[in-house]
Write a protein that binds this ligand. Structure first.
Ligand SMILES: Nc1nc2c(c(=O)[nH]1)N[C@H]1C(S)=C(S)[C@@H](COP(=O)(O)OP(=O)(O)OC[C@H]3O[C@@H](n4cnc5c(=O)[nH]c(N)nc54)[C@H](O)[C@@H]3O)O[C@H]1N2
Ligand SMILES: Nc1nc2c(c(=O)[nH]1)N[C@H]1C(S)=C(S)[C@@H](COP(=O)(O)OP(=O)(O)OC[C@H]3O[C@@H](n4cnc5c(=O)[nH]c(N)nc54)[C@H](O)[C@@H]3O)O[C@H]1N2
Ligand code: SF4
Ligand SMILES: [Mo]
Length: 739
């Protein structure tokens, strides 16, 4: 097997190492610098990036009011002059030839044909109302996203729930952040990620659990590299990812064994007295129960379950216990699991029992994913009412109703169904109409063959997207053409709770409208335009949201409109009326040790680990992990796939990463086409043989549609977040399967 080698040029581009960074900073290096040679900009304006939740500031270079290029902001508290390739290439997807430029309606022959907005809105209203009349109001549902600005999300959630009278609406944030939301709410009393990016630079021990920031949040990784304290960096990931390779300590635990390992760490910390009893006594509840549950903890069993030896667990516990400023960071390796919530809470417990919260360089920190995942958590009217308020509390409903000037009688008294329940509802015929906004269900939802069949059962599917070519639009009865990032204004909230501005620096193509204007137009057509009269502009909507946030932990009543966000380079929540904040400041929560439960204490929550829903077997001996493949690819690639530069920086076709040992046993050669088979489907992919994955495991990036044909529809019971990162598969050589 002399040919064993990595067959994709990943490290050079994905590590975002010094060489790449230098090249990327250089206008023209890699062809990434966007300043055109011929045109000279006559103005610049700052706005935040529209891809990931890092929320980098970008300088848009304008000519006659339109963006002709961009570069990273040097004085934005997030990125300080850096951007990853997606940020540099953010304008490219706007010019793509497959932009949706007119509404499209499916005719009787099954072809999508252009129609004007009046006719599109008319069809939307007639068809949806007909379904509601025949099957009840709840027979129509909507799916939103963490990629629209807060103002648009709030308008969508308000029009859909109070105007159209829908009960069921969720977002793609369910695929991503539901676990962190539930974990924080139960542990802290509010969905409150406590950190500031400054903490990445202040820690002396950083523990990353199921997170690969080198690929998924490259600029956060740069912040880690700026840490002057020579920190220990511990990475818990079954794969030896780019981040694991750059860390000081890689812990290659068995997939989905995190809860065992984290509880083992808590056991050793308590056993060896490496905990902060003063902090526990003053600021937490539930320690006695946790202590009792962990007292007879089977360390040997945890070592067996996780594949990490007892001595190594004890070494890690000492590292954490003796650190002065220890921070814990987690992302999808935790959230997308059959026991995600309890795993996240086991991380939170470690921070709490060691008193590592509310001080510089500490925290139990969930890194969010999409540019406005945090905004969708607080301001989308899905899992909570505007301002993070509970649906089932009449006082909160009355408050929002009075701010919006809408009769509280129109408010549902509980949150609607989660994404998976909406899909089930379509299957059993209780949901007949679906409105999908800025998410690509037919690619990204788990167990995709089922998902596509489910979409086809709908009487009426509306897809509102920048592109008419998405996998989901292919199933639509009506496509509504939307403006994208750069073509509209609003606010995003990043991972550290920083609210940043996006602006219109380009004109949307053809008849495409901002989602805000589409919602307004549909509200008029529905006959409830009056209800949204005060939503005159995104900035007017932002003011409503501020008022909805009053006296909540996320109170932003002290923000003086978009102008203040502009002047101060983004502002983290909270900022209540009367409070002051400095330009580019970085603030963390819980410095006073008070959490959001009525008793002011954080709760230590514990539950014993559960078995994987689908174990490997003789028939399907390999465990499939999925996730982000490169820093140049974004999700279903509708945007990044449109940039020639980003395409050069990413693998062109679907691949499956496998270990040299498994390749040897199966007789698979590098780059050979293989069949990956699960109980759901079988797909073809290129074999990428590397030491990044362990024997018995394989990895496929989520960016190619075939990956979710294999995944198993299983969910965390508390958050209902899909467990995308573990199902059983087998690999076969194509030669053995002539088709
Ligand atoms: N380039 C790029 N960046 C992105 C995105 C993108 O599509 N492309 N998407 C954005 C979004 S929405 C999100 S949510 C974030 C996601 O950011 P991340 O969560 O960092 O990315 P993933 O690759 O999904 O998963 C992280 C790691 O979890 C590991 N993992 C799998 N199973 C387990 C397990 O059982 N235990 C542990 N400890 N680890 C496990 C995987 O091996 C993987 O390396 O990225 C954001 N940033
Ligand atoms: N196997 C596997 N599957 C996964 C994951 C995984 O790790 N493994 N990760 C999951 C996670 S964390 C996430 S967040 C999801 C992401 O899954 P999706 O949300 O489906 O992915 P995107 O490609 O970002 O889809 C966004 C859509 O909105 C469109 N769009 C962009 N901007 C706008 C706009 O301003 N207005 C409108 N109307 N449309 C717009 C884009 O063209 C695109 O079609 O995937 C999930 N799926
Ligand atoms: S790290 Fe995220 S926010 Fe920053 S430039 Fe890249 S995609 Fe944009
Ligand atoms: Mo995500």
């Amino acid at each position: 097997m002399g040919k064993l080698r990595g067959s994709l040029p990943r490290l050079l581009f994905d590590r975002q190492g010094p060489l790449t960074r230098e090249l990327l900073r250089e206008p023209g290096g890699f062809g990434l610098g966007q300043l055109p040679v011929k045109k000279k900009p006559d103005a610049t304006t700052t706005m935040v990036c529209g891809y990931c939740s890092t929320g980098c500031g970008l300088e848009l270079h304008l000519k006659d009011g339109a963006a002709i290029g961009l570069s990273p902001s040097t004085d934005y508290a997030v990125n300080m002059g850096m951007a990853c390739p997606k940020g540099w290439e953010a304008l490219a997807p706007l010019d793509a030839p497959d932009r949706a430029t007119t509404p499209l309606l499916r005719d009787k022959g099954g072809t999508l044909r252009p129609v004007d907005w009046e006719s599109a809105a008319g069809h939307f209203v007639t068809r949806m109302k007909a379904i509601q009349q025949e099957h009840g109001k709840d027979a129509v549902a909507f799916l939103g996203t963490g990629q629209l600005p807060c103002e648009e999300l709030a308008l969508l959630g308000s029009f859909a729930k109070f105007g159209m009278g829908l009960k069921h609406g969720d977002g793609n944030t369910r695929q991503c952040m539901a676990t962190a939301v539930v974990a924080y709410k139960q542990s802290f009393g509010f969905d409150a990620p406590p950190y500031s990016y400054d903490d990445l630079e202040q820690s002396d021990v950083l523990v990353f659990v199921g997170a690969n920031p080198c690929i998924a949040h490259p600029i956060l990784w740069e912040r880690v590299c700026n840490n002057p304290h020579r920190p220990r960096i511990v990475v818990l990931d079954p794969r030896r990812t780019e981040t694991a390779q750059a860390a000081t300590d890689h812990v290659p635990l068995h997939p989905k064994s995190d809860l065992w390992l984290l509880q083992a760490l808590a056991h050793v910390l308590i056993r060896d007295g490496l905990i902060d009893r003063d902090f526990i006594g003053a600021h937490t509840s539930g320690f006695e129960a946790l202590d009792a549950a962990l007292r007879d903890f089977e360390l040997e069993r945890a070592a067996g379950e996780s594949g990490i030896a007892v001595a190594e667990i004890e070494r890690l516990a000492r590292l954490i216990g003796r650190g002065q400023r220890v921070s814990f960071w987690w992302t999808m390796g935790v959230n997308q699991s059959h026991q995600g919530v309890r795993t996240a809470q086991a991380i939170i417990n470690l921070a709490l029992i060691t008193g590592n919260i509310g001080r510089p360089g500490t925290g139990a920190n969930s890194i969010t994913g999409q540019c406005n995942a945090m905004g969708s958590r607080l301001f989308s009217n899905t899992t909570s009412l505007l301002g993070g308020r509970p649906w089932d509390d009449a006082t909160h409903r009355a408050k929002v109703a009075s701010v919006l000037g809408i009769d509280a009688g129109r408010f549902p008294e509980e949150p609607g169904w989660a994404y998976d329940q909406i899909m089930e509802g379509i299957l059993d015929g209780s949901i007949r109409g679906l409105w999908v906004v800025a998410t690509n269900t037919a690619h990204s939802w788990i167990s995709q063959d089922d998902a596509r069949q489910i979409l086809d059962r709908l009487d009426f599917l509306v897809v509102q997207d920048m592109y008419h070519s998405t996998e989901t639009a292919a199933h639509a009865d009506l496509v509504l053409p939307a403006a994208g990032w750069g073509e509209k204004e609003g606010t995003f909230i990043n991972s550290e709770r920083r609210i940043g501005l996006i602006k219109q620096v380009r004109r949307a193509p053809g008849q495409a409208l901002s989602d805000f204007r589409i919602f307004k137009l549909l509200a008029e057509a529905w006959g409830v335009g009056e209800m949204f009269r005060s939503w005159t502009s995104p900035e007017a909507a932002f003011e409503l949201l501020q008022r909805c946030s009053e006296a909540q932990p996320c109170d932003i009543t002290g923000i003086g409109g978009y102008a203040m966000l502009e002047d101060l380079r983004g502002i983290q929540w909270p900022l209540p009326a009367g409070a002051t904040v400095e330009r580019c400041s970085q603030r963390r929560l819980f410095e006073d040790g008070r959490f959001h439960h009525p008793d002011g204490r954080a709760r230590l929550i514990h539950e014993a680990p559960r078995a994987l829903p689908e174990k490997t077997s003789d028939a399907y001996p390999l465990l499939l992990l999925t996730g982000r493949g490169s820093s140049a690819q974004w999700h279903t690639q509708t945007r990044t796939g449109k940039s020639a530069v980003l395409r050069k920086l990413a693998p062109a076709s679907a691949y499956v990463e496998l270990s040299p040992r498994d390749a040897m046993e199966l007789g698979i050669e590098p780059d050979e086409q293989v069949i990956v088979r699960s109980q759901r489907a079988s797909v073809r992919a290129r074999a990428f043989i590397s030491h990044v994955v362990q024997p018995g495991q394989v990895f496929m990036p989520m960016h190619f549609a075939i990956t979710n044909r294999l995944t198993l529809a299983s969910f965390d019971p508390y958050s209902r977040q899909p467990a995308y990162k573990a199902c059983a598969v087998k690999l076969e050589r194509l030669e053995a399967n002539p088709s």
